[in-house]
Write a protein that binds this ligand. Structure first.
Ligand code: GRG
Length: 295
């Protein structure tokens, strides 16, 4: 197994453990909610965002006990977005991470509440003293997560996406939509490492530039997987973008140009990290993983 795969597997296992510790146990009259939170969050997903967060924090020698808490919180926010996105009133998808979506396995009201609870629990986790000794750092982590996930980030991207169905969209508009919907949270993962590590502005900016290009490469690959992948590979329904007439990178550029663009962005992403020397090798390698992934 390659070094990158071993490192990704290690973070995936560690964040799974962290999530299992942080998620409340299913007892009391609210047990169905707590079961749905665990169902959605545990035992699935690539854990790509936690990996990015822990690897970025490693650049500044941040203790893993701290970075894994923020990584678990980001995974909670990401999982909430998937649970809500799958609802019939949004993307209406019955399959996620290779199993029935949360509203199918439970019911819509429980899925909405599980998403709400994951989002709010994430902020409780980041704000806790155990996340960082410095209260200013904790406040900056909380603020950054709110910006990335909220109406200036992921939720805005989702709103634009819903409004855009069947509308003409150019490359600039698609790029902005995707930066908000997917890129903002990916950007936060890298920035959180820099915040926890008290990075100087030069290094913090280098990570930001890396995350920008990586996020776009990730999204273009997601579009390609929707167009060319299978449900067995991806663990979710494919072919949905074309069926819904969505303006995606693939629809606008065609698959070949989209692939070339993702490749260019992944290479460019790696170059932004040259300032970190050999310490950034895993993050540079993950850019290659992002464009070659099959799920
Ligand atoms: C409901 C507020 C709200 C937002 C939803 C993230 C999102 C916005 C929608 C999910 C649909 C989608 C295809 C988004 C674009 C790319 C993306 C985020 C894919 C899923 O992320 P992965 O591939 O999934 O990291 P896993 O399951 O591996 O964690």
């Amino acid at each position: 197994m390659g070094e990158l795969q071993a490192a990704m597997d290690y973070v995936a296992r560690a964040v799974e453990q962290q999530l299992a510790t942080l998620l409340p146990g299913p007892d009391g009259p609210e047990s169905r909610l707590l079961e749905a939170m665990c169902y959605a969050t545990l035992g699935g997903g690539k854990r790509f965002r936690p990996f990015l967060l822990v690897a970025s924090a490693d650049l500044f020698d941040v203790p893993e006990a701290q970075s894994l808490r923020v990584a678990a919180a980001v995974e909670m926010v990401h999982t909430y977005s998937l649970v809500h996105d799958d609802l019939p009133c949004m993307d209406d998808d019955a399959m996620r991470r290779g199993k029935p979506s949360t509203h199918v396995a439970f019911d819509q009201a429980t899925a909405i509440l599980a998403g709400d609870a994951l989002l709010t629990l994430a902020f409780e986790v980041v704000a806790a003293n155990a996340t960082h000794v410095d209260a200013e750092v904790r406040a900056e982590l909380v603020r950054g997560l709110a910006v990335a996930a909220g109406p200036r980030g992921m939720v805005a991207g989702q709103a634009i996406d819903l409004a855009a169905e069947g509308q003409p969209f150019d490359l600039g508009a698609i790029t902005r939509l995707q930066q908000l919907k997917t890129g903002a949270l990916i950007g936060y993962c890298c920035d959180a490492g820099a915040i926890m590590g008290h990075a100087d502005p030069h290094r913090r900016h280098a990570l930001k530039a890396y995350a920008h290009d990586l996020g776009l490469a990730f999204q273009i690959t997601d579009d390609l997987l929707d167009a060319e992948g299978t449900p067995a590979e991806t663990g979710k329904t494919t072919g949905k973008d074309a069926a819904a007439g969505k303006a995606t990178f693939v629809a606008l550029l065609g698959p070949e140009q989209a692939r070339a663009q993702a490749q260019m962005l992944a290479e460019q992403a790696g170059r932004h990290l040259e300032v970190f020397g050999a310490k950034a090798r895993l993050l540079q390698d993950v850019a290659g993983f992002v464009i070659s992934r099959r799920s």
